[in-house]
Design a protein. Sequence first.
Length: 389
Amino acid sequence: MQWLYRCPACGRTYPIEPGRYLCDHCAKEQRPDEPLRGVLECTWEGGNPEPGSVPLPVEKRFFPPIPVGQTPLWAPERLRAELSMPNLWLKDDTCNPSGSYKDRASWLVAAFARKFGIKEIVLASTGNAASSMACIGAAAGIKIKVYVPKSAPIAKRVQILQYGAELIEVDGTYDLAFDQSLAYSNATGMLSRNTAYNPLTIEGKKTASFEIAMDLAAGASGSALRYLAPDHVFVPTGDGVIIAGVIRGFEDLVRLGWIDKMPTIWAAQAEGSSAIARALATGRFEAVPSNTIADSISVDIPRNGYFALDKLRRHKGRTVIVSDAEILEAQRYLSRASGLFAEPSSACAFAGFLKARAELDPNAQVVVMLTGSGLKDIKSAAKAVGLSI
């Protein structure tokens, strides 16, 4: 297999090598206050992987020795009964080493760095990507420098420092942190893990789709299939990288002939940070200040907006917008009725499922992506249960 980067907008291809982030041609069209133009995706030519494996552009021997992925897809019996959805599944990425789905991207970026002898990685984050990269960097022996808004939950900032990363607290939004981290990487030549800007962040997040399809097939009564596509997948969505990665994974499975259909992908967004949902409805992105308790999906301008929007349109994806009150209610319900405590951004996906449930076939295979542990952000959860901290 020969791996390369391809620009979905213009079709140009580039080698996967240090210093390559965006399409040279399309990035020239970048305007202020809009998502990134020229976002690249990984693809391959010649040959296919063996069934049971996940095609990735870095050889297995370079991945850090830390157990990322292979997280549970489990059946919440109480929720299934109470909601009359016998095929509801929870994809529990709170089990990753840093407690976040972002470990999937960090693991691949770290493997790329190890392959090319890169000793430092820099990124901006609202908290999860930073604590994730710090965690994986600790296992890989790579220096990590992160730019994080001062408003990021204290638990995530503690994680960053515990793992030994350098923390730069930014007096402003994620968008400002992104710009500052990019200025640093441009000035120093250090590897940027910035979401969407580095194509490997999308590629790493496709791995969950392969796991879902394998686990559904394994759980199907009397099935001889190795892979089985769900009918619906609900994904918490902010900058658009996780949802693009999930779609990318199912695209690969279809390309390989391992599944015969694309699931319906639902982008679940908070009212106060719903740029992708608005753009799908109106056809354009508008720079609107974000305001939601779900910090992990709180972005003014979704950096991967154009890329994610194209994927949603191409595969007839859906969006669902929920309020902060609905997120907190869903967070508590999920915890009480399943035993899984997810942070507000993850609970957004469950809230979106609850809101859209009436539109779904009761017997549909439905997967809710839960991408971060509730222990990462307990301030809002504490208020919801009557505690002050």
